[in-house]
Design a binder for this molecule. Sequence first.
Ligand code: HEC
Length: 157
Amino acid sequence: MVQNPKSDHTLLQLVRLVMALVSLTVVLISLAGLGYWAIDTGVYAQWLAEGEEPDEVEATPQIVDGIDTMSGLIAEGEYEIVRAACTACHSGKLVTQNRATAEGWTQMIRWMQETQELWDLGEQEAVIVDYLATYYAPEAQGRRAPLNVEEWYVLED
Ligand code: HEC
């Protein structure tokens, strides 16, 4: 048999080239597959969203024009305690549309405790009542809109 080192060498190079191409193809297919998987399963979208930090935006209560947007409460004083205690069962609107003295607010709390299963507010009660009586105090007499009586009715005796 005649040795032909040159053709041997060429064959070896050819084999190497083919192997390199096969490896490259495998790598490319894997990358494409990974990319497709990431997009298909939402991993890519999640990864994109992580850069935007949406959680922080959601968790940060916002104050617009002095009003806490989560509850509608005036964002002054201990409003966060009031928000935690007073918007657990109903909207903050129920609170903000009312006005009363400290006594009046305490009565509303008692009423909810007796009839609506509001829990004992403990030390927070004083803080809450103080906040409510300060920021949701009865309107000054002169500023109250005149009573609009559509129809008088006769009291029965
Ligand atoms: C355990 C649940 C619960 C919690 C906590 C709660 N409330 Fe209420 N509250 C109610 C229910 C139930 C009503 C009646 C809702 C309705 O009539 O639609 C109510 C009604 C009200 C009303 C309307 C009363 C009226 O005369 O119409 C006000 C004002 C009020 N709540 C304020 C508060 C304040 C202030 C707090 C925080 C101290 C609070 N609530 C916490 C259950 C709760």
